[in-house]
Structure formats: C-alpha cells, structure tokens
Design a protein. Sequence first.
Length: 119
Amino acid sequence: VQLQASGGGLVQAGGSLRLSCAASGSIFSINDMGWYRQAPGKQRELVAVISKRGSTNYADSVKGRFTISRDNAKNTVYLQMNSLKPEDTAVYYCNADLRIRLGPTENYWGQGTKVTVSS
C-alpha cells in the first residue's frame, strides 16, 4: 500500500494550493483520510480529516481557509488551501486508516509534500 502526495510548492501569502493524495495497492476499504503538517522545529499536527461518509474536522488555525474532500472511487483525498499565510509553511503529510485485502485496518502515512508560503 502506498499513499502518494502531490501539489506542494512555493506560493505567496494570500495564494492558493491544492494538495492531492492517492492511495494505491491491495486496498479493501478506507475509513478516515486526513492531512497533517509539520513545521520546522515543531511537532506534527492535524490539519483536517474526513470520514468515509464525508464528515470533516479542521484545526482551528485553518477553518474557513482550507477544505478537505475525497473521491472514494479514486481512493484520493484533497486539501484545497486558500488565503495561505506564512505560518502555513510546513511539510504536509496525508494519512489514512485503511484495510488491505484479507488484513486488519491499519494507519498509513504518505511521504509528505512541502508547502512554502512567502510573505
């Protein structure tokens, strides 16, 4: 199983980016999918999470600016980031609770994609 994240880059403050993360492999089902981020010198923190049925939860710092969504047919989760701020600069990691065929539900991490917001 692999989670492949993409979409990071350099953007000016106030700009937008869209992150994508596709899960691939012998996947039977996917429950929660989410995005975390880790800024230099800080701990990894939750940004947003979305359930299989579409219920969402956001960190207070991104509410109203970020939107998480998913395409269950494509095993893909997205993070639309608008009104970006320099403090959003971090490596963003996707995360998923998924079950492989004939296996238990386990938690998986993607490789991370770097987002840099310049002031």
